[in-house]
Design a protein around this ligand. Structure first.
Ligand SMILES: NC(=O)c1ccc[n+]([C@@H]2O[C@H](COP(=O)([O-])OP(=O)(O)OC[C@H]3O[C@@H](n4cnc5c(N)ncnc54)[C@H](O)[C@@H]3O)[C@@H](O)[C@H]2O)c1
Length: 295
């Protein structure tokens, strides 16, 4: 199936990025939020990005108008009824996702594909609220933050996902100008399974005072050619998010390398969640990283 009409559930950090990229790629997009104020805020993030692109001369005003026409917000599941694909990007809570998938299953046509952008839950766990005919059309579509900049999408298959669904999703990822990798429905998929233990090890190095926060980051940035150091990246992801992903992975694999270090828990308990709260390993002013904070 050539996916053209896309529904996105949630217009937060990830949902707004997915909706933006889909509209830019020529798809008709309907994005659903939980309430009016959040919808206005999410859409403003997308329109702001397009306005900046016009100001910098990266796109024309006609282009912006065309993208704007293709993107519509809603508060109603029923407005997604004729979508070819719906991608869910609401908070990482199973009960919330189950309610949403049950609603979507009721309103969508029988051929529509349903995807979750979950980072750590099992995609197949969403099956019980779906009609049996939907199970071959259920998959994971795991985007990376910030969606407009990150070129990878993990396509996750359950044991029931069929080949047509996977082919349609691969085609969509290509249309979005991104690269797809196929991943199994296993905790952490590919990227987080490898990335999270590395980040947790960096936290352990800081905890054990192996070196300063800045030197750990500079070491990995300049020594390994990474675009940013692991503690900087942890602040960027959100330390609470890292803690919950680590818990899921530790539950699944029981290996010490997936265990959230005490320092990570202490920072989260102190409200130092990283960039989004203005402090984590570093102090932040908006998007700009400042000096490392005492540990
Ligand atoms: N943040 C990341 O770096 C990242 C990366 C990859 C995947 N993810 C996954 O993406 C999902 C969303 O994460 P996020 O960081 O965008 O969260 P977020 O909190 O920024 O956005 C979630 C949005 O969903 C909305 N929402 C909640 N219930 C809703 C409902 N019933 N209908 C419509 N909207 C609803 C919320 O109002 C909020 O705006 C999670 O599953 C997360 O694990 C996050």
């Amino acid at each position: 199936m050539d996916i053209h009409r896309i529904g996105v559930i949630g217009c937060g950090l990830m949902g707004s990025g997915i909706a933006q990229c889909a509209a830019e790629s020529g798809c008709d997009v309907r994005v659903k939020e939980a309430d009016e104020a959040l919808l206005v805020k999410g859409l403003a993030r997308i329109h702001g990005a397009w306005d900046r692109a016009v100001t910098k001369g990266k796109i024309t005003d006609d282009q912006r108008q065309e993208w704007t026409r293709r993107l519509q917000g809603t508060l109603l599941f029923t407005d997604l009824a004729n979508c070819d694909l719906v991608v869910e990007a609401i908070p990482e809570r199973l009960e919330l996702k189950l309610q949403t998938f049950a609603e979507l299953d009721r309103v969508l046509g029988p051929a529509a594909i349903l995807c979750t952008n979950t980072s750590s839950l099992s995609v197949a766990q969403l099956s019980p609220v779906l009609a049996p005919h939907r199970l071959p059309h259920l998959a994971g579509l795991h985007f990376f933050n910030p969606v407009p900049l990150m070129p990878l999408v993990e396509v996750i298959r359950t044991l029931a996902t069929n080949e047509d669904t996977l082919a349609s999703l691969r085609g969509l990822v290509q249309k979005l100008g991104k690269t797809a990798v196929m991943a199994p429905d296993a905790p952490g998929f590919i990227v987080n399974r490898l990335l999270v233990p590395y980040l947790l090890d960096a936290v352990r190095c800081a905890e054990q005072r192996l070196a300063t926060v800045e030197d750990i980051d500079t070491g990995m940035k300049l020594g390994c050619g990474h675009p940013m150091g692991p503690l900087h990246l942890s602040d960027f992801i959100g330390l609470d998010t890292m803690q919950s992903v680590a818990e899921v992975l530790f539950d699944a694999f029981g290996e010490p390398r997936f265990k959230a270090p005490a320092l990570l828990r202490q920072l989260v308990a102190a409200g130092r969640l990283g960039r989004k709260t203005g402090s984590g390993f570093y102090r932040w002013e908006g998007e700009k990283r400042q000096e490392a904070l005492p540990l």
